[in-house]
Design a protein around this ligand. Structure first.
Ligand SMILES: [Zn+2]
Length: 209
């Protein structure tokens, strides 16, 4: 599971991240702006004001339905095509936790940059992708279909070479690219993660080398 792609399989197939919230950003902003044009002091709301009040929650409800629909369809495809499915164990609590403020020792009361802005954007996308919901749906469908689902420890799955086993953060050249500093094995970084997850679950049929 990734940020660039919703998920990548061990055969290197990517399933795109749908980003429903991002797609509705402008529509949401407009609805919020429109709502703000109604004065709050009016005791009795007009028909238009009531409609404007309902608009924002309506858009959020639609995004929620789109996410669920996407999760159901993706999970169903995986369950129909595979007898066993391995995935990284999610820890949404730490993934979405805000980074701690870094006080500036030279200026009491001031703070050093802590990467909070970049992290906030990532957090939002993580929540947007809704993996927790997806994995629950996947587990449910797999159980009804008699399939096996295995959650594995996600540590170093994107830093370990699936060919020689060398683990280093330098192996991850960029968000998208993996290149082993020991043996030179090169692949898409998300694909490498998926291969390592499969191996860790004991499901790999053969080595990639
Ligand atoms: Zn290697």
């Amino acid at each position: 599971m990734g940020v660039t792609h919703f998920l990548t399989t061990s055969v290197g197939e990517h399933i795109a991240n749908p980003r429903f919230l991002e797609a509705a950003t402008q529509e949401l902003a407009e609805a919020q702006r429109h709502l703000a044009t109604f004065t709050k002091r009016t005791k009795r709301r007009t028909k238009k004001h009531r409609a404007a009040t309902r608009k924002v929650p309506k858009i959020h409800a639609r995004i929620q339905r789109q996410r669920l629909d996407h999760a159901h369809k993706t999970a169903l495809t995986l369950v129909l095509d595979h007898d066993a499915i391995a995935h990284e164990r999610l820890n949404t609590a730490t993934m979405t936790k805000a980074p701690a403020p870094k006080p500036n020792p030279e200026r009491p009361g001031a703070f050093l940059p802590n990467g909070a802005t970049a992290k906030t954007g990532l957090n939002r996308r993580i929540l947007d992708a809704g993996w927790g919901v997806f994995l629950a749906i996947l587990a449910n469908k797999a159980e009804s279909a008699g399939r096996t689902v295995i959650a594995v420890d996600p540590r170093n799955t994107s830093r370990t070479c699936p060919s020689c086993g060398h683990t280093a953060k330098e192996n991850r050249v960029s968000q998208a690219r993996f290149q082993c500093t020991t043996c030179g094995y090169t692949a898409n970084a998300d694909h490498v993660g998926a291969l390592n997850v499969l191996k860790r679950a004991g499901l790999a049929l053969c080595d990639v080398a």
